[in-house]
Design a protein around this ligand. Structure first.
Ligand SMILES: NC(=O)c1ccc[n+]([C@@H]2O[C@H](COP(=O)([O-])OP(=O)(O)OC[C@H]3O[C@@H](n4cnc5c(N)ncnc54)[C@H](O)[C@@H]3O)[C@@H](O)[C@H]2O)c1
Length: 254
């Protein structure tokens, strides 16, 4: 399959891109001409994706910074600037789940998910926005989830993703004057390692509720992230696009 070249020589940081949706997005962006900072706390995975990007003829920088740590997120952005000179695109993709019913949810699981899924995007967004404001250009895409609408067993995760939608809308308002677009996507059930842990019978029930009757592919997500990161989406900001095979069209789907 050949892709449009909408991101030629753009510099993109994609957090958590050693596997799953981040890796698919990194590869699709490289196909579209971008050079990529492959960030993931899993070093081997990040190196592997970086190798694939280089095979496509693009540059790749491996970063193992933990985006939930403010000092490390700042160091990642500094390193990206030093290597590539600038940053055009940020995809806040790194995310985790620590599911539990409310009455069993520990403080540790709450803190962990909020730190990675909400503080991580804040850390990265703040550091990258400073670079983008100076050059009056930038695209930020934040990974929310349909769980932002609420989902049983996901108090911490749904709160973090609702927070991501909130900061997306606020950044869109604050950063539009600098020609920086900020959008979120809310994937439904997508086939990655994160969702492979879901028991088969639960997945089956879920699929039966999806109007398109299938689980999503990482490529379904990568395509929309690339669109939002491209100049084709210059007049789109502050939005959250549900990519869920129609699941939430009739409500939260839960
Ligand atoms: N898969 C789905 O069905 C689905 C649905 C909705 C939303 N999402 C969201 O999409 C994003 C990607 O999901 P995925 O399914 O590809 O997950 P995944 O678990 O397959 O990959 C996430 C990657 O992020 C990395 N990571 C975790 N914490 C990190 C940190 N602190 N700093 C840097 N990297 C870190 C992990 O090492 C991993 O490689 C997440 O934000 C997730 O919440 C996924």
């Amino acid at each position: 399959m050949s892709f449009p070249k909408r991101l030629t020589d753009k510099i993109a940081i994609i957090t958590g891109s050693g596997r799953g949706l981040g890796a698919a997005t990194a590869l699709r962006m490289a196909e579209e001409g971008a050079h990529i900072v492959v960030n993931d706390i899993a070093e081997d995975a990040a190196k592997q994706v970086a190798g694939q990007i280089e095979k496509l003829g693009r540059r790749a920088l491996v970063s193992t910074h933990d985006v939930s740590n403010t000092a490390q997120a700042n160091a990642l952005v500094d390193e990206a600037k030093k290597t590539f000179g600038t940053i055009d695109i940020l995809v806040n993709n790194a995310g985790i789940t620590r599911d539990s019913m409310l009455h069993k949810l520990t403080e540790e699981k709450w803190d962990e998910v909020i730190r990675v899924n909400l503080k991580g995007p804040f850390n990265m967004g703040q550091a990258c926005a400073k670079v983008m404001m100076e050059k009056k250009y930038g695209k930020i895409v934040n990974l929310a989830s349909i769980a932002w609408l609420g989902n049983i067993g996901q108090t911490n995760y749904s709160a973090s993703k609702a927070g991501v939608v909130g900061l997306t809308r606020t950044w869109a308002l604050e950063l539009s004057r600098y020609q920086i677009n900020v959008n979120a996507i809310a994937p439904g059930l997508i086939d990655t390692q994160m969702t492979q842990a879901i028991p088969a019978e639960v997945k089956e029930k879920f699929i039966n509720k999806i109007p398109m009757r299938r689980i999503g592919k990482p490529e379904d997500i990568a395509a929309i992230v690339c669109f939002l990161a491209s100049d084709e989406a210059n007049y789109v900001t502050g939005q959250c696009i549900q990519i869920d095979g129609g699941l939430t069209t009739g409500g939260a789907g839960g």
